[in-house]
Design a protein around this ligand. Structure first.
Ligand SMILES: Nc1ncnc2c1ncn2[C@@H]1O[C@H](COP(=O)(O)OP(=O)(O)OP(=O)(O)O)[C@@H](O)[C@H]1O
Ligand SMILES: [Mg+2]
Length: 395
């Protein structure tokens, strides 16, 4: 088999990240080109100005193409925004073959029923994720094919999006000269880049805190249980700093990135002094308080949402934090003290090739889109050992 080329475009509110890779005959990727540029024309994760967004995507694609040395034909693209919603659904079928063995066709039938939800006008299904199966009432079965039963139940998580948002994004990418291969919910992609298989199995919650949205996905028993998007993120932190200090947004952003942290002042640090930028000043203490207040509120909102969906095992979840705002020093500790869950920062798995620029948590979505494509293509070809082989190569 000849080497295959794949690509991913993370269309974020603050940056666009394009990654081009070649996949060898064993299905393993090597990154050949990366293009990261600031994004214009996006608001809270969604396309707000078509022309600006298209130009940013074009620039990012061009940069990646220059590095890779070939033209990109198609890409896997991420979507987010508060129009995303997630519902759990259920399907059931009888197994009628003579020997009562579950066939792949039965799985298809039950999933077809489990994806049959009433869609309000203007919405479309992005993903139908099988969460678990039950055979004759015995729950928690991951792969029922080949087992005996009279009845097969499937639990699914269905992720839907506003059709206009999907179409605007797809049109934007297409008009920049790239065919859209898949549109993937961004936190599902980020999860592929930062969560280990154990974390997905044991239960974990991933927060990708970007520039326009915080994208959340909850994993249990190896698959996505629930996903949601909150319209609060790094932008709000910067705005808080700018209002509190009476300075411009751009200056507040600069101060946040240079000095921002959520580690409480210990009294013995030489940090007590004010931060002075031109004519303006703000104390380290104040800056820390402003940033911690907003992030604590965000973490609480996530926990409220979890309690509203009645997630059964909140206390057993591991929290993983990615997105550009996960660079704020002390965030993992703040997450532990606010939510009482163990927490860590999610750095994307390292891919072979020219991927040094992708090690920041802000690139979890870009790297994850590429992996999502690989993992899902392999799942379809039923190559069960694929993920362990991928991990064995220390990505
Ligand atoms: N070192 C840093 N300290 C604090 N904040 C940072 C740092 N680096 C990046 N950020 C913040 O991260 C945010 C951008 O994150 P990211 O690149 O993940 O967002 P995005 O993907 O463009 O947006 P979204 O996913 O929300 O549409 C900005 O608000 C930026 O201020
Ligand atoms: Mg993002």
């Amino acid at each position: 088999m000849k080497n295959n080329r794949i690509a991913a475009i993370d269309v974020g509110t603050t940056k666009i990240c394009t990654i081009m890779a070649e996949v060898d005959e064993n299905g393993l990727p090597t990154v050949l080109g990366v293009g990261v540029v600031p994004s214009n024309g996006l608001h809270k994760g969604m396309v707000a100005d078509f022309k600006d967004a298209k130009e940013s995507i074009q620039l990012s694609v061009m940069k990646a193409e220059q590095a890779a040395g070939y033209k990109m034909e198609s890409a896997c693209v991420g979507i987010t925004g508060k129009h995303i919603s997630s519902v759990n659904n259920h399907g059931v079928v009888s197994i009628t073959h003579a020997r009562k063995i579950v066939h792949p066709g039965d799985l298809e039938r039950v999933l077809k029923i489990a994806r049959d939800i009433e869609l309000p006008q203007g919405r479309e299904i992005l993903h139908v994720i099988p969460r678990s199966y039950a055979l004759d009432g015995q729950t928690g079965i991951n792969s029922p094919v080949g087992m005996h039963a009279n009845r097969l139940d499937a639990e699914t998580n269905i992720i839907t999006a506003a059709s206009t948002s999907v179409q605007n994004l797809a049109k934007c990418v297409r008009s920049s000269g790239v065919k859209v291969e898949d549109i993937v919910l961004e936190p599902l992609a980020s999860a592929e880049a930062v969560l280990t298989e154990e974390e997905k199995q044991d239960g974990s919650i991933l927060l990708d805190i970007g520039g326009g949205t915080t994208d959340v996905v909850v994993f249990q028993n190896g698959s996505a249980y629930y996903a949601f998007v909150l319209p609060v993120s790094g932008y709000h932190i910067t705005r808080d700093v700018s209002i509190a200090a009476g300075i411009s947004f751009d200056l507040a952003e600069e101060i946040k990135i240079k000095y921002g942290n959520v580690i409480p002042f210990s009294g013995s640090l030489p940090d007590k002094k004010d931060i002075v930028m031109g004519e303006f000043s703000i104390s380290h203490d104040n800056l820390t308080k402003i940033i911690s207040t907003r992030l604590e509120e965000l973490l609480r909102l996530v926990m409220i949402e979890l309690s509203e969906i009645n997630f059964p095992n909140v206390a057993s979840l591991n929290m993983v934090l990615s997105g550009g705002s996960a660079n704020i020093p002390g965030l993992a500790e703040l997450a532990v003290s606010t939510t009482r869950l163990p927490a860590r920062i999610g750095y994307p798995f390292r891919l072979p090739g020219v991927s040094d620029a992708l090690s920041n948590p802000m690139h979890a979505t870009g790297v994850g889109l590429l992996l999502w494509k690989l993992i899902n293509d392999e799942k379809q070809s039923r190559n069960a050992n694929y993920i362990s082989r991928l991990m064995g190569r220390n990505i």
